[in-house]
Design a binder for this molecule. Structure first.
Ligand code: TYD
Length: 206
């Protein structure tokens, strides 16, 4: 256990996570709550290098090495950034975490869930978010939104069926652990979403 609060944001492509992360960070600032915003893959010098590899649209990466690379970035981030901040009692807000591996590499790529869970347990030493905000969106809409941002990265290039399985995977995870998940319809106005997210986070602040 730790004295901080660990919040992750999850969802398919183009669900508006960045907007909501920025809004939450702004509210935490105003509230004067010590916090740290980070992301996966990335968040450390190693993670940033691994991220470049994972998102490179010119590379072909098989499902298992893909998962191991996400896990490598995660292990470094948890040990060097997330755990120390939580131990200091800070709020850590992470743009994607292990649920993304279960949804993308598990439901999406078809890797066995037991294997994913076992390696994730080793990579994170069992660190699970206290709250996970899932911004749920039809992947047709999400990919359209993402395409407006520019060239698709390696994951965005995957076909629509893959992205449908990812969405279903996230929703299954939320059904399995409803106490941890806040599931929100990402088509709602951004200000409404950030109000709800802030209410829920505020109620759980350390
Ligand atoms: P990013 O540009 O951060 O996408 P987004 O804005 O949608 O979060 O790229 C991260 C990509 O990596 C995204 O397509 C989801 C994918 N991903 C996985 O497949 N597995 C994982 O474990 C994580 C953390 C991300």
């Amino acid at each position: 256990m730790h004295p901080g609060l660990f919040v992750s944001f999850e969802g398919p492509e183009g669900a508006g996570k960045s907007t909501q992360l920025a809004q939450l960070a702004a509210r935490l600032d105003t509230h004067g709550t010590p916090h740290r915003l980070t992301r996966e893959p990335g968040g450390t010098p190693l993670g940033t290098r691994v991220r470049e590899v994972l998102l490179d649209p010119t590379l072909t990466i098989d499902p298992l090495p893909e998962f191991l690379l996400y896990s490598a970035s995660r292990a470094q981030l948890v040990a060097n950034e997330i755990r120390p901040a939580l131990n200091r009692g800070e709020v850590v807000v992470c743009d994607r975490y292990a649920d993304s591996s279960l949804a993308y590499q598990g439901a999406g790529r078809g890797l066995p869930v037991n294997l994913l869970r076992e390696i994730t347990l080793a990579a994170t030493d069992g660190l699970t978010p206290d709250l996970t905000v899932l911004l749920d969106l039809d992947p047709v809409l999400g990919l359209e939104r993402a395409a407006r941002r520019g060239q698709p990265d390696r994951l965005e290039q995957a076909d629509l069926d893959f992205h449908r399985r990812v969405r279903t995977g996230f929703l299954h995870l939320a059904e399995q652990t409803p106490a941890r998940f806040l599931v929100l319809d990402a088509t709602r106005p951004a200000d409404d979403l950030s109000d709800v997210i802030w209410q829920v986070v505020q109620a759980r602040l350390p």
